[in-house]
Write a protein that binds this ligand. Structure first.
Ligand SMILES: Nc1ncnc2c1ncn2[C@@H]1O[C@H](COP(=O)(O)OP(=O)(O)OP(=O)(O)O)[C@@H](O)[C@H]1O
Length: 600
């Protein structure tokens, strides 16, 4: 009893801010390196969500400057709709305050914790307030506030507030200072690169100390802002149903039709009869003895799946390919967007892509890029359902070696877009093992695996042809020499024949006069750059190339032309003149068909 009295003196409520201050690792602030990435990620997620809501093309500035030995100043600025001044303190300095938690639609932010957790982290490590500037339209001035969170109460404290002139007509700028270290640089660039792949409509200007660079947008269409839908009966739990019924004064049938998606009058009556409840009963009067059978009936009655088209915003195959091509050099790339699907009443869509070859590391495990609602997941790869699904695919059947993940020059991208991404924790690092989601990922990867297999076997066929051609070419000069010896005639120049057999290595035109035509057809799915080098001496003839070629000189005699050849495209090079010459083709990748007409 005495002990209980003693304990009672110590028992008191804990504010959510105090809790997260102590447990910052739960929100992704476990180390100084990680803290900087999480902060920038939270601010960028908000900027991208806000721009999508306002339907503006995001132009986002990210600046990181070291201002003393271990203190960094981070600024993220967007051209979004801005935040009204009355709301600025709560948005940035109150945990669990946001606009997205109660909505059923795809958004990057979900919980209303992200940016205020970063503000908390800043004041915890440096004691510095966060400075926010925001403007909602050109008619009004911008407001700048200096904010901290009062951790004991989880309430905002405004240290200063003034109206200022600002160059942007609308947007938000947030500036935080906290302890970190430069080890985060590589991870930060990686994060920005991956973010720009899955947000191809966004432009990111980056300044890290004295270095500045840009991730350009490859699409100038803002993705449609997902529309919030009502919850689906299959995704509801008893506590939520209890709260919803208590707050409604509708009769049961109307309540079901009004409150849930895909429930029409007929379905509502079916639910009522299956729960043995009167369809006209006021829902606020229902006790647990009625809510339990009602919930059972809602989840066993056949109800169509929630529609994915309005509330989700997939990136689409075409833009994923564009985004990946922008950031990686690849020989093969293919993407797939699966049809919409459902788990526990929540809509989701899986998108995946595979890249192969190019400048990817030739050995070791595949590079796996995981995304949820267009946000890269950079940590806890091993604990993620996406990794699990990738490992469970039998990659060997697609001609790729495997040791857990596939191995070799492979890049795999998986994007899960959902109205409620089932993360394993608040730090949103890994997707939980939901069988429906894993199944969709597997199906997408199997489809892509088949495409990759076709590409690899075609490439192997080409390689076989090359090896054969090379073997033949190595004996041709010997045969020519031998024949010349036997028939007692000068040994003929076999280089033209070699060029014809090799088709894509060296083309010589050593006889005077005449003309050589090279036709090149690109029949891969992607564009590729090729270079032609005129390595003839200055007495040689002239090569003419189509005007689309960019020409430059390398040294006195070597002229170089470069052109990007799109899929299915062909062009001709004509070599004329009286002095003879030689053209070498380089960077001629797989699946180019080269036809050489000699002396036409
Ligand atoms: N740059 C911005 N422009 C406009 N509104 C913003 C901006 N940043 C934040 N907000 C508003 O502030 C709210 C809170 O943001 P916060 O990052 O704390 O949570 P969230 O993004 O909703 O969820 P999560 O905790 O999952 O990140 C957002 O829901 C949004 O309404």
């Amino acid at each position: 009893m005495v002990l209980a009295d003693e304990l009672a003196k110590k028992q008191r409520s804990i504010s959510v801010a105090e809790f997260f201050e102590k447990n910052k690792q739960m929100l992704g602030f476990d180390s100084p390196t990680r803290g900087i990435i999480t902060t920038i990620k939270e601010a960028i997620d908000n900027s991208l969500d806000a721009c999508e809501e306002a339907q503006v093309l995001p132009d986002i500035l990210v600046s990181v400057r070291r201002i003393s030995n271990d203190v960094f100043r981070v600024v993220v600025e967007d051209n979004g709709p801005g935040i009204v001044p009355e709301k600025m303190p709560s948005v940035f300095a109150k945990l669990l305050y946001g606009s997205r938690f109660h909505q059923v639609r795809q958004t990057r932010g979900q919980q209303g914790i992200g940016i205020s957790a970063a503000v908390l982290y800043a004041q915890l490590t440096t004691g510095k307030p966060t400075i926010v500037t925001s403007r909602t339209d050109a008619k009004n001035k911008a407001h700048t506030m200096s904010l901290v969170i009062k951790t004991e109460t989880n309430e905002p404290e405004v240290l200063s507030h003034e109206e200022v002139d600002w160059i942007l007509p609308h947007g938000t700028r947030v500036q935080l200072e906290f302890k970190s270290n430069i080890a985060a640089r590589k991870k930060l660039i990686e994060y920005l690169k991956y973010t720009s792949i899955v947000n191809p409509h966004a432009k990111f200007r980056v300044e890290i100390d004295d270095e500045s660079f840009t991730f350009e947008r490859v699409s100038s269409e803002v993705p449609p802002c997902p529309v919030a839908i009502k919850p689906h009966p299959y995704g509801i739990e008893l506590g939520v149903l209890k709260r919803m019924t208590a707050a409604s004064d509708l009769p049961l049938k109307e309540f079901l039709v009004e409150s849930f998606s895909k429930v029409g009058e007929k379905t509502a009556l079916e639910i009522c009869s299956s729960a043995r409840l009167d369809s006209a009963v006021k829902v606020s009067s229902l006790g647990l003895e009625s809510l339990n059978p009602l919930l059972d009936a809602m989840q066993t009655t056949k109800i169509p799946a929630p529609s994915a088209s309005q509330c989700l915003s997939p990136i689409t195959d075409e833009l994923i390919v564009k985004g990946m091509e922008k950031e990686f050099e690849l020989d093969f790339i293919k993407a797939r967007t699966r049809p919409g699907s459902v788990y526990g009443g929540h809509s989701f869509i899986v998108e995946a892509a595979i890249g192969y070859g190019g400048k990817l590391p030739p050995e070791g495990s595949a590079i796996l890029l995981r995304f949820a609602n267009r946000v890269p997941l950079l940590y806890q790869q091993g604990a993620c359902a996406i990794t699990n699904a990738v490992q469970n695919v039998n990659w060997k059947s697609y001609g790729v070696s495997q040791s857990g993940l596939p191995t070799g020059p492979i890049l795999i991208l998986v994007h899960v877009a959902a109205t409620n991404v089932p993360f394993t924790s608040e730090s949103k690092d890994a997707v939980a093992a939901v069988p429906e989601i894993e199944r969709e990922i597997t199906l997408a990867l199997q489809e892509l695996g088949r495409d990759l297999k076709m590409f690899l076997s075609r490439r192997d066929r080409n390689k076989l042809q090359d090896d054969r051609a090379r073997a033949i070419c190595s004996v041709i000069p010997l045969i020519a020499a031998k024949v010349g010896e036997i028939v007692e005639l000068p040994v003929p120049d076999t280089s033209l024949i070699e060029g014809r057999i090799m088709r894509r290595v060296v083309l010589k035109k050593s006889s005077a006069g005449g003309k050589v035509m090279i036709h090149i057809d690109n029949y891969t799915t992607k564009s590729q750059e090729i270079s032609l080098y005129d390595i003839s001496g200055d007495n040689a003839g002239d090569a003419t190339v189509p005007p689309s070629f960019v020409s430059e000189m390398d040294g006195e005699y070597t002229k170089i032309w470069k052109v990007t050849l799109s899929a299915g495209e062909a062009f001709e090079v004509t070599y004329t003149g009286s002095g003879g010459g030689m053209i070498e083709m380089q960077g001629v990748a797989e699946n180019l068909k080269v036809v050489v007409d000699l002396d036409v």
